[in-house]
Design a protein around this ligand. Structure first.
Ligand SMILES: [Zn+2]
Length: 320
């Protein structure tokens, strides 16, 4: 039975002063749901969770169904709030900041604190909390909110991740969206690299880049397809065995040719007789004729299922 009272989640000793959402020192308690009237849509018992002042102050939607949705919501709010700090790490490396040697009242301050600000923000949004249990019993609820993870940060979707980079850096959001559409979420890394190299571009330039990437992808797909076909053919080739029928040897190359042409019977073979002699003219008339003759016998023999089952070494290949 679901209880309506909020229960404080178990807090391991080492986390006794820690915000479950971001890892900062805790000083408040978040109640889920905030108003006791909303317990119906919650997937688990009402919870009380230790939080820092800032996470506690984030406005919550009334329709949060689980603590995981709550965490994702707070995480997104922190990402949006600290986008500029997070952007420092996206645009600079720590060494670059040191090398720049910013000085003066404003820039000097930036050089000193910029990397620290970035690290704190990054740590907070990557923080995972500890596993939730209530009086020693693990919470019976599965986290189904994370749909995209990039560089250690969980996003509720790829769109949130794109939004993050669009806010944190000055990349062209439209370009990144189009690139992800072509390259898929799995290659977000590559899409982001292209977008970072092409900031502040004209619509015309954007179209050019998108078209180029689309073309590259198509070519790669084509190359991949050819490689797969080659591999398949090599595999088939190594599986084909020569056959001897009434003392006549039917060589592997002839059987291989029949498989490639999709020949299933004597009629198919006769239809392509000219092709056969064209393809094997380089072997000389005698060899071509003998092997063709063997192939005819083989096709005839293959109509006899008893023969096929007991004598045909290629019965599992696709000529049957
Ligand atoms: Zn917090």
């Amino acid at each position: 039975m679901k209880t309506t009272a909020h229960t404080l989640i178990d807090i391991p000793f080492e986390f006794r002063h820690t915000c479950w959402f971001c890892g900062e020192p805790s000083s408040a308690l978040v109640q889920l749901p905030r108003a006791s009237a909303n317990t119906q849509c919650l997937e688990h018992a009402p919870l009380t969770i230790p939080a820092c002042k800032e996470c506690h102050a984030i406005k919550l939607s009334k329709h949060l169904r689980s603590v995981w949705a709550l965490r994702a919501h707070i995480n997104q709010a922190l990402i949006t709030k600290y986008a500029k700090h997070l952007g420092i790490g996206e645009s600079w490396t720590e060494q670059e900041l040191i090398d720049c040697d910013f000085s003066g009242a404003i820039l000097g301050g930036f050089g000193d604190s910029a990397w620290k600000m970035y690290e704190i923000a990054k740590q907070r949004i990557s923080y995972q909390g500890w596993s939730i249990s209530l009086e020693g019993v693990p919470l019976d609820s599965i986290d189904d909110t994370v749909h995209f993870t990039f560089e250690g940060i969980d996003y509720t979707s790829i769109h949130h991740c794109i939004d993050y980079f669009a806010t944190a850096t000055d990349i062209d959001k439209e370009l990144l969206v189009e690139l992800v559409n072509i390259l898929s979420a799995e290659r977000f890394d590559y899409a982001l690299k292209i977008a970072k190299l092409n900031k502040r571009i004209s619509p015309y330039r954007r179209d050019q880049i998108v078209e180029e990437v689309r073309l590259q992808e198509a070519e790669q797909q084509e190359a991949l397809h050819i490689r797969e076909m080659d591999a398949l053919q090599n595999r088939t080739h190594s599986l084909v065995s020569e056959v001897t029928i009434s003392g006549v040897v039917v060589p592997v190359f002839a059987i291989q040719w029949a498989i490639e042409k999709g020949i299933k019977n004597l009629n198919d073979l006769r239809d392509l007789e000219d092709d056969y002699f064209d393809d094997f003219a380089h072997l000389g008339g005698a060899v071509a004729f003998q092997s063709y003759d063997g192939l005819q016998s083989y096709m005839t023999a293959r109509t006899d299922l008893t023969w096929v089952n007991s004598n045909d070494p290629n019965r599992d290949l696709c000529t049957g």
